[in-house]
Design a protein around this ligand. Structure first.
Ligand code: SAH
Ligand code: SF4
Ligand code: F3S
Length: 464
């Protein structure tokens, strides 16, 4: 059967109309990466990008549902846009994780009838066809499937940055942490063909990209699915995350490699050794703790204890010179007592994270933890959040001391927002550094900075 080129059909329909689009990304880095693919498809259809909602002829929401506040944001925005839709013929599309939840789909269908296109996480690649249906045939579109999608290679992509790029290496999650909705809306783990990943990164290097972030919900289980979801004709030798890191490290032109998120349970020695050996791999390891108490961890289905986590940190500190840690923590998981929460504070005291992403537990319908009767009252959750934040903030100054007098290799990201004379970049550990240019540098260059001052939330130094 001949394949219909919907992109071209839409382009012909809107031809010359100088139409504009905006994509609002509401979720994580994977969601951002999907938005870049959506933008790539839209630009091929002939739309150009705008930053202003009012100027847009096509508005796409790429939603997240990991916590409740994401929903409030979407419905707030949709309310505003209804008025716009009454005045001009703007196409409204909603996609992403939230659309994989039946209750949300029903709500959109019932209360937001003016939405033109609804699509899910497994049907991204159909966007040109959905647009064709909405624009040419003038019909409403609901394109969401429940089963795991295929891995689609070769979608156009409009990257949001010139030097840093994200590359998804696997889709989905198998872990079913008891609080988390992601495995329900993203399906099972599906590893991409390593050759496709490496070709994508080689292409990025040729385009001038310097920093690559490898993405997945559980990157260090890469390959555990035996590549059964991708077309891997010849068994590649690059069948683990450690081997993938080593292969990416060999690509000329790439200077920095990051990855997010790994899971502590899958941090085997081969991954630790690859991080140690690969000079381009960032030594800032994001090691999601979630909670410090072993009983809470068990109920979260995280598959490690407090002791095992701390042992892992110790082992990495011994094996990887200059290793740093960042983490995700949830406070107020159902049943968590004050005593148990103290274990979280204790781990934070001990590990001394460079960065902590702190979250208040949010009930997600359909998850195991949502069914529990012993939910924690909001005021206690907030108290714990404040305690954790205060502890972290009390550590920052001390953490910064280690940088004073050191030389940090960083990429010049651009002018500082707060001071016109200064430029900014980030250390390997993700600390913001401000400095003056000497006049011979360009944005995107890597330079060495000698750190002289600690301003708590940023450091200052000069190019040497
Ligand atoms: N796969 C990644 C992150 C997924 S979501 C990982 O396992 O680290 C990002 C973070 O959101 C999680 O690490 C967790 O800290 C937080 N999160 C997930 N579900 C949550 C919920 N129901 N309430 C509050 N925070 C949640
Ligand atoms: Fe959610 Fe756990 Fe999977 Fe991360 S590993 S996406 S927290 S289920
Ligand atoms: Fe949100 Fe989906 Fe990412 S739920 S955190 S956008 S995978």
């Amino acid at each position: 059967m001949e394949k219909i080129d919907y992109t071209e059909k839409v382009r012909n329909k809107i031809n010359g109309d100088n139409l504009k689009y905006i994509v609002l990304t509401m979720g994580c880095k994977l969601n951002e990466n999907d938005s870049e693919k959506i933008s790539g498809m839209i630009e091929l259809m002939g739309y150009s990008k705008t930053e202003e909602f009012e100027n847009a002829d096509l508005i796409v929401f790429n939603t997240c549902c990991v916590r409740e506040n994401a929903e409030e944001r979407l419905f707030g925005k949709l309310g505003e846009i209804k008025k716009m839709k009454e005045k001009k013929n703007v196409i409204i599309a909603i996609g992403g994780c939230m659309m994989q939840e039946k209750s949300m789909l029903d709500k959109i269908k019932q209360s937001y009838k003016y939405v033109d296109i609804v699509f899910g996480t497994h049907t991204l690649q159909d966007f040109p066809k959905d647009m064709y249906t909405a624009i040419v045939k003038n019909e409403k579109v609901k394109n969401v499937i429940d089963i795991d999608g295929e891995i689609i290679e070769g979608l156009p992509i409009k990257r949001s940055d010139k030097y840093r790029a994200s590359v998804t290496i696997m889709y989905g999650c198998n872990n079913f942490c008891s609080y988390c909705i992601v495995p329900f809306v993203r399906g099972r783990e599906r590893s991409r063909n390593p050759e496709d990943i490496l070709n994508e990164i080689k292409g990025l290097a040729l385009e001038g990209y310097k920093e690559i972030t490898l993405l997945g919900q559980n990157v260090n289980s890469y390959g555990n699915d035996n590549f059964k979801y991708c077309e891997l004709d010849v068994k590649s030798e690059i069948n683990t995350f450690a081997k993938l890191l080593r292969a990416v490290n060999e690509i000329d032109g790439i200077e920095k490699i990051k990855f997010i998120s790994p899971h502590p349970k899958d941090f085997k020695d081969d991954v630790i050794e690859a991080i140690r050996d690969c000079d381009k791999v960032s030594k800032l390891i994001h090691l999601p703790l979630q909670a410090g108490n072993s009983k809470v961890l068990k109920e979260m289905n995280r598959k490690y204890t407090k002791e095992e986590y701390l042992e892992l940190v110790k082992k990495m500190r011994e094996k990887i010179p200059n290793v740093y840690f960042s983490t995700d923590i949830i406070v107020g998981f159902p049943g968590e007592t004050d005593e148990e929460f103290k274990d979280t504070l204790d781990v934070v005291e001990q590990v001394k994270y460079e960065q902590i992403f702190m979250f208040i537990y949010s009930i997600r319908e359909g998850t195991v933890a949502a069914k529990r009767a012993d939910q924690i009252p909001d005021n206690i959750k907030h108290e714990r959040f404040d305690k954790l934040k205060a502890l972290y903030e009390s550590q920052v100054d001390k953490l910064n001391e280690k940088y004073i007098g050191t030389i940090q290799k960083i990429m010049i990201e651009g002018p500082s927002k707060n001071n016109q004379d200064m430029y900014t970049g980030r250390t390997d550990s993700n600390k913001v550094i401000v400095f003056k240019l000497t006049g011979n540098e360009n944005i995107g260059d890597f330079v060495n900075i000698k750190i002289s001052e600690n301003h708590k939330w940023f450091l200052e130094g000069e190019i040497v």
